[in-house]
Design a protein around this ligand. Structure first.
Ligand code: AMP
Length: 372
């Protein structure tokens, strides 16, 4: 089976790496002009003129990147199975549509408003009560196109700095920690849920994910499973879906979802019986899902901007290094390291030991750090 992947970055690379043992082959379709997957067949098509050629080369199509025209996915869907559906792509591209769907399905969100001018932003900040977070309604990722307003008077500067015609303004959530849940749905509607991860960001970029999230109460995992299940079923979804959430004193609050494999699920490559990548390939290929149980406890450390002393890390007997074959550039995701352990105590020690070889890696912070 030839799987067509829209997008050609590291997520596509890891999808292919997990699909080869199942005898899948891959054709990547890149509209950005800078593919980095580095394996499989890569078609670069900035203007969309070779789409028919791409379609003729593949049996099924999926995504590793959601910021591409929905019409492209819709056109492909008329000729080949596309998983997840173009509707899922459409909802995930638009924070207003996403938060509206969350609300319809009873998934808690921060209070939010849509604004289209600096004056409306100021009024929304007054009504919601500061602090608030203003974000571009479309096209945002890794914290880009966002500003925190500490008072309504910040509206003019925030509007100018984001420079986008339509923003969503959300009440700032006083969270204990950020978490995510990754789930997968098969063509026959079977569901599987990975244990949730605790995620630490630095300068808007994910740095550490620990899974299973330490000291997570059972009912919190159950709430997250209920929310993501509602989304999967509502969207008739096939493949891996990620839901990012804030854990607060009052329970979970949804932030956003991604219609694809996710950075906060990279730990599953060695840390779960079946990785998120393999499970996505299984689902979109029409196969049964694999076991999502964790193997011990894991921490994923992102390699950002510089590679650091990779050979020193390769010497560590508990570190699994994954490099994306990308050039160094500030803020760029170059790879990740999965650390496995039998206990959280051991995990903290191993993570700190590893992180010292990564220049610019922020000090390990997590709900475990104080104990570590
Ligand atoms: P996003 O692009 O929506 O994932 O936002 C990037 C990061 O900004 C999140 O991971 C949070 O750390 C922070 N953030 C976003 N929205 C909120 C919010 N409503 N309240 C508090 N922090 C937020």
């Amino acid at each position: 089976m030839r799987i067509g992947v829209l997008g050609a970055g590291q997520l596509g690379r890891m999808l292919a790496l997990s699909g080869y043992p199942l005898a899948k082959t891959f054709v990547f379709y890149d509209m950005s002009g800078s593919p980095s997957a580095g394996l499989g067949e890569v078609m670069i098509d900035r203007e969309g003129q070779y789409l028919d050629d791409f379609i003729s080369r593949v049996d099924r199509v999926t995504y590793e990147f959601e910021h591409l025209p929905v019409e492209v996915a819709e056109r492909i869907a008329r000729e080949r199975p596309v998983h997840p559906s173009p509707r899922a792509l459409q909802v995930c591209q638009n924070r207003e549509a996403e938060k509206t769907l969350f609300g319809e399905l009873g998934i808690p969100t921060p209070e939010w408003k849509i604004v289209d001018s600096a004056e409306a932003l100021q009024a929304a900040a007054e009504e919601l009560g500061c602090p608030v977070v203003a974000k571009t309604n479309t096209e945002g990722y890794d914290g880009k196109g966002q500003a925190v307003l500490r008072s309504p008077e910040d509206a003019v500067d925030a509007w100018a700095s984001i420079n986008h015609p339509r923003l969503i303004v959300e009440k700032f959530v006083d969270f204990r920690r950020e978490v995510s849940i990754i789930a997968v749905r098969s063509e026959t509607g079977d569901l599987a849920f990975y244990p949730m991860a605790e995620n630490t960001h630095h300068q808007g970029i994910l740095r550490y994910s620990i899974a299973p999230a330490p000291r997570l109460e059972k009912h919190v995992q159950e709430d997250a499973e209920r929310y993501i299940k509602a989304l999967l079923n509502e969207l008739g979804y096939v493949g891996v879906l990620t839901l990012e959430l804030f854990e607060t004193a009052e329970g979970l609050v949804a932030n956003e979802m991604a219609p694809r494999v996710h950075n906060s699920g990279h730990w599953t490559i060695e840390g779960a019986m079946t990785s998120q990548f393999e499970n996505h390939i299984r689902a979109v290929s029409g196969h049964p899902l694999g076991n999502v149980a964790p193997r011990g406890v894991s921490c994923m450390i992102n390699i950002i901007g510089e590679h650091g002393e990779i050979d020193r890390i390769l010497e560590l007997p508990y570190a699994h290094v994954h490099l994306y074959n990308k050039g160094e550039r500030p803020g760029r995701k170059l790879g990740h390291i999965n650390i496995l352990a039998d206990s959280y105590e051991e995990l903290v020690w191993r993570v700190k030991n590893c992180a010292q070889f990564l220049p610019g890696c922020p000090e390990f912070q997590s709900s475990l750090a104080s104990k570590g």
